[in-house]
Write a protein that binds this ligand. Structure first.
Ligand code: XIL
Length: 359
């Protein structure tokens, strides 16, 4: 058992309950369905965050600490310390560790694509650099990270373009960088589960593009083992129908499906939208809003339980509403309430809807 937790923190968890009984553990409640994960930074490995992590979660993802910009400072200097703290914590508490992420247009330093004079590398040079980077990172975490989001967000929103083209990876290498990343990751460590990860995959247009790309990769023998549906849903977009359809379609490829970055914003749909049109006012967290969120989480988890044979992990993008990226994205400073625990670390109505179900 991993419950290595101080008495004080245990008391906080157990007394923070508005009901008579102790707060059920998410991880235990979902033990027979799938591991439940959370994405955090190393600062959350202490205090109340860590108490919730230990009690409720069986999987960990680095919210930022394993991204390229955090991992490599220059061609001569890697920086694994923060990522290692997360891996140490996961091991200490019997949690599995997901790696996020190796190849992404965002949070990768501009110099990575260029030579020392600032000129873009050639396609061959950039692919070589990618290969070198992937080998360094996978060698470093060998045996300690069971799955990686190898490529993140390579597919464009909408129907005008298939791939995201206005990014350096594509500009220099064309679409080939996607396959190569998987080939290099597999050669570096054939034991790791390799995922393609993206958002808005409940949207049929984007969903079908990802399906097509992954199908082609499988047909060509490229080592790809899973599709990560980020999540990042809103009260308006996700529903029983579009979520079920996406999971079924991806699973029909014979790959694993994971929900890798789950949160549900209380603000309107925001992917691929003109930010100036989005409402800026902060919504108060009223009982009505709490109920809407709870009902949505109930709907989502009903589907996830029903499809659990196709799902090998569900990871929340954060632990409590106190620290959620959505309070600064897409509108800076607009408080959001997308997770199961509130900013005082208390379980929300949504939490109870997720744990209180009839088998
Ligand atoms: C976000 C982090 O949560 C923020 O702290 C950071 O400033 C930007 O990145 N899709 C992803 C994640 O794959 O890596 C992003 O994480 C959220 C969207």
């Amino acid at each position: 058992m991993k419950k290595n937790i101080s008495l004080a923190l245990t008391l906080v968890i157990l007394t923070a309950c508005h009901k008579e009984a102790p707060i059920p553990s998410l991880e235990e409640r979902y033990e027979k369905y799938f591991p439940i994960g959370a994405a955090v930074g190393q600062k959350q490995l202490q205090g109340l965050d860590s108490a919730l992590l230990i009690h409720h979660f069986s999987s960990l993802t680095a919210e930022n600490d394993m991204k390229v910009s955090r991992t490599i400072k220059s061609m001569q200097e890697f920086s694994f310390t923060a990522g290692e703290h997360l891996v140490d914590f996961a091991e200490r508490h019997g949690m599995q560790m997901r790696g996020h992420t190796l190849v992404w247009y965002h949070q990768t330093p501009g110099w990575f694509y260029r030579d020392s004079l600032g000129h873009y590398l050639s396609k061959e040079q950039l692919l070589q650099r990618m290969r070198w980077y992937i080998h360094q990172v996978l060698d470093h975490y060998r045996g300690r990270v069971y799955a990686w989001d190898v490529v993140n967000e390579a597919i464009a929103d909408g129907s005008a373009m298939f791939y995201r083209q206005n990014i350096d990876w594509y500009r220099v290498c064309g679409q080939e960088y996607i396959k190569k990343a998987f080939v290099y990751a597999h050669e570096a460590d054939p034991t790791i589960k390799l995922f393609y990860n993206d958002y808005d995959l409940i949207n049929p247009v984007k969903r079908d593009k990802v399906y097509k790309m992954v199908k082609k990769m499988i047909d060509e023998g490229i080592p790809i083992h899973g599709i990560g549906m980020q999540g990042h849903w809103t009260l308006e977009d996700v529903n029983e129908q579009n979520l079920s359809a996406a999971i079924d379609l991806f699973a029909s490829l014979g790959v694993e499906v994971q929900i890798t970055e789950l949160d549900i914003s209380v603000y309107p749909y925001y992917h691929n939208m003109d930010r100036s049109t989005l409402p800026k006012e902060v919504k108060p967290y009223t009982p009505e809003l709490a109920k809407q969120l709870a009902d949505k989480y109930e709907e989502v988890f009903q589907v996830l339980r029903k499809k659990s044979e196709k799902i090998t992990g569900v990871t929340f993008w954060g632990v409590t509403d106190k620290k959620t990226w959505l309070s600064n994205y897409v509108v800076k400073g607009r408080t959001d309430y997308p997770l199961l625990f509130d900013s005082l670390y208390q379980p929300k109505e949504a939490f109870w809807k997720v744990v209180e179900f009839v088998e």
